[in-house]
Write a protein that binds this ligand. Structure first.
Ligand code: PLP
Length: 383
């Protein structure tokens, strides 16, 4: 029986042609024509003041932490149900991640718990749009405005998704996207920093160019090119951007096919939900779904382990994540929880992410659902 991988990179058709063009144009370092076209595509679709391609979402978050002037002891509110980079970017500046529990429906920051986590040291809130479903941005922006905090969206999973009609990545002063191989639109490794506060653009360009004013200099602003601020190497090569542009030009088609698969799973898992074996995702009606992930929740950790092992035996790769950051070795050392995180810990023990990649067939989806049903047949139910 053929293997069903968890994810599989999708080629839209023009990636190699664009890379060949980048090579023949003899401009392989960053900020050539392809990088600029990727930036422009993101600015147009997301409506941010500036988009800057980066080598990864991690790099974009690191730039955001520098731009927000995070320093030793500054606190940054975020979920513990996220990838390590969300926290690391701030810890590298000496900041302290402060974990707030997540909402049981979206697995995003529970906005009711944010304000009580604010202290005089708080500098920023980092909402993570889990599975591409937006956080409660109106409430988060309101808290941030009242306490004069930065909002830095971790929109790694959020491309082409929206909250109350506005694209994710357009809410915070800063936002970070990922084009890692496992995301919807990919460049192998890649990311972008989105800037919605125009006052941060000039410094972002400097931080991204190793702390120099190179970008401004080549635009004809300034008469010399020199070291002016802290920074690092935060721009990707043209080869990466050439690959990505081919993906961005097909982003709507990618989205469309991912939604087909997501909806097929959603319908096919309905009977198992009706019998109490699992819960399917709920997308609040004021948010869109970019089909980044299809997951189910089962009753408890032993059930989850049993299902994933059963699927593995049938050559189906389903996965779980995240180890809550508050329980991780680095999280214990560098971060703290604002209070108990019962929802975070419960979800992280019960979630199963199903295979989802462009081109998955109805047969493959059917096999995943049937094998999950078989594995759950003798398992305890939720209610
Ligand atoms: C994937 C991901 C990242 C890291 O993205 P990279 O591009 O691999 O650096 C950060 N945060 C979240 C929530 C992610 O899903």
């Amino acid at each position: 029986m053929s293997r069903i991988p968890f994810t599989r990179a999708h080629l839209t058709g023009r990636e190699l042609e664009y890379i060949a063009r980048a090579v023949s144009e003899n401009h392989l370092s960053g900020d050539g024509g392809f990088t600029k076209r990727c930036n422009a595509w993101l600015e147009e679709r997301i409506g941010c003041a500036k988009a800057l391609m980066t080598p990864s979402c991690t790099a974009a978050l690191e730039m955001a932490a520098i731009l927000a002037d995070i320093g030793p002891g500054d606190e940054v509110i975020m979920p513990a149900f996220t990838f390590a980079s969300t926290a690391n970017a701030f810890v590298l500046r000496g900041g302290v991640p402060v974990f707030v529990d997540i909402d049981p429906v979206t697995f995003n920051l529970d906005h009711h718990l944010i304000e009580q986590a604010v202290t005089p040291r708080t500098r920023a809130i980092v909402p993570v749009h889990y599975a591409g479903v937006g956080c409660e941005m109106d409430a988060i922006l309101d808290i941030a405005t009242r306490h004069r905090l930065y909002v830095i969206e971790d929109a790694a999973q959020g491309i082409l998704s929206s909250y109350r009609g506005r694209p994710l990545g357009s809410f915070g002063q800063l936002a970070a996207l990922s084009f890692h191989e496992t995301k919807n639109v990919v460049a192998g490794e890649g990311g972008a920093l989105l800037i919605n506060d125009p006052e941060l653009i000039a410094r972002a360009e400097i931080i991204r160019e190793k702390g120099t004013n190179r970008t401004q200099f080549f635009r004809g602003q300034g008469d010399k090119y020199t070291w002016v601020d802290i920074g690092s190497s935060y721009l990707p090569s043209e080869i990466v951007s050439a690959f990505l542009l081919a993906q961005l030009e097909n982003a709507d088609a990618i989205q469309h096919d991912r939604l087909r698969i997501w909806n097929a799973y959603y319908d096919a898992f309905e009977p198992l939900e009706a019998r109490g074996f699992l819960l399917r995702p709920t997308i609040p009606s004021d948010r869109s779904n970019n089909a980044h992930a299809f997951y189910v929740l089962v009753r408890d950790l032993p059930t989850r382990t049993h299902v994933i092992e059963s699927l593995t035996r049938q050559h189906i790769s389903a996965v779980f994540h995240y180890v809550p950051l508050d329980t991780s070795p680095a999280g214990r050392r560098y971060a703290r929880a604002a209070g108990p995180l019962p929802v975070t810990h419960s979800i992280s023990e019960r979630i199963i992410r199903m295979p989802l990649w462009v081109g998955m067939t109805a047969d493959e989806i059917g096999r995943v659902v049937a094998e999950t049903a078989d594995a759950l047949a003798a398992a305890p139910v939720i209610a």
